[in-house]
Design a protein around this ligand. Structure first.
Ligand SMILES: Cc1cc2nc3c(=O)[nH]c(=O)nc-3n(C[C@H](O)[C@H](O)[C@H](O)COP(=O)(O)OP(=O)(O)OC[C@H]3O[C@@H](n4cnc5c(N)ncnc54)[C@H](O)[C@@H]3O)c2cc1C
Length: 319
């Protein structure tokens, strides 16, 4: 199908883009990578009267690590993160783990991370990472710039705290220290489908106990979410209880049956944190089962990643 007719504007600055959005009174859409929007236009799911193409605004393609945080500009493409060396420390590994699951190379070349946060699909890999780390979303509008944490940003499928006259100018993540291990695991029906369940995890151990645990879930509710009850169940757990030797594959039955802290966290995530909606190929019972198993496996992966990091000295040699 052909898209409905629309006007097209190419602003050169953020204020110009915001002015165009404000003047359109909710009838404009931002064009970033176009990988979701163009399909929505062709299927008539989106009927903007104006497209505001932000691709010529200088500076929006910048990736700025400042020692404490990573600021990702609105035009940074998915594929930037395919190599874990693009971003320092464990955050680079977590982002690379998620990027590998997003669609396929041509879409990763054009699509933007900020576009995923703006589109806010419940199965979005970036949104699961953002929920886990409580990323900050920077929104520029006619009344100035404000920052909204991921915990307040997602409101439902494709619904966010962003107002129609606001441009999402950047997403900011906390950088993670080497006392943190990370993991990202996704289950999808076929390579071309969105995730049935995806889990992002970051596990921090200090003084021999779990000091922080972050678990982000994709497609486990009507919006990306953080599994806070599961995270709480892990805090204070002695590191020696985290069996990093546990095999990831083929261990689903044991993970469910035993009292391992990760198996317990998986069950809590599935029963207390998630609110799965039935899908044609996965009813709620199946989805809860998948969430419990994948959360446990992702935590095992994060624990093994941490184990590996602790054994590698800062100059890359084995300690
Ligand atoms: C075949 C296919 C498979 C895909 N598979 C996956 C997948 O597995 N996982 C996944 O996460 N995604 C997937 N996607 C979506 C893809 O990742 C998109 O790139 C992403 O969702 C949107 O990024 P974009 O830059 O292309 O945004 P666009 O398509 O340009 O915009 C999407 C929406 O966000 C708004 N928007 C974009 N940027 C901004 C901004 N800076 N400020 C305000 N509003 C903005 C637009 O107005 C529009 O409403 C898939 C897409 C296709 C076509």
């Amino acid at each position: 199908m052909k898209p409905p007719a629309f006007d097209y504007a190419v602003p050169c600055t953020v204020p110009e883009a915001v002015e165009l959005l404000a003047a359109a009174d909710g009838a404009a859409q931002v064009l970033a990578g176009g990988q979701s929007l163009v399909l929505d236009l062709r299927l008539h799911r989106a009927r903007p009267t104006l497209l505001v193409d932000i691709n010529r605004i200088p500076g929006l393609d910048r990736l700025d690590p400042d020692g404490r945080t990573l600021r990702v500009g609105a035009l940074v493409r998915h594929r930037t993160f395919e190599s874990e060396r693009a971003v320092p420390g464990p955050l680079g590994a977590l982002l690379a783990g998620a990027a590998a699951h997003i669609a396929h190379p041509p879409i990763r070349t054009r699509g933007t991370m900020a576009g995923s946060f703006a589109w806010a699909h419940p199965a979005s890999e970036w949104c699961a990472v953002g929920a886990a780390l409580d990323a900050d979303l920077e929104l520029s509008g006619p009344r100035g710039t404000r920052t909204v944490g991921a915990r307040d940003y997602f409101r439902g499928p494709h619904l966010t705290a962003r107002r129609p006259d606001e441009l999402l100018t950047a997403v900011t993540f906390p950088l993670l220290g080497d006392d943190t291990g990370v993991g990202f695991i996704e289950h999808r029906r076929t390579h071309f489908c969105f995730a049935q369940v995806a889990v992002a995890a970051a596990l921090t151990v200090r003084d021999g106990v779990v000091a922080d645990a972050r678990i982000g879930l994709a497609n486990c509710a009507d919006r990306p979410l953080r599994a806070r009850a599961a995270e709480r169940s892990l805090l204070g757990t002695a590191a020696r209880e985290l069996d990093t030797e546990a095999r990831e594959l083929g261990s689903a039955a044991r993970e469910r049956a035993d009292g391992h802290p990760f198996a317990r966290a998986g069950r809590i995530a599935a029963e207390q944190d998630a609110a799965p909606v039935p899908e044609p190929y996965a009813d709620v019972e199946y989805r809860r089962h998948a969430i419990a198993v994948l959360v446990a496996r992702t935590l095992h992966r994060a624990a093994r990643d941490l184990d590996r990091r602790l054994r590698i000295s800062p100059d890359g040699d084995r300690a």
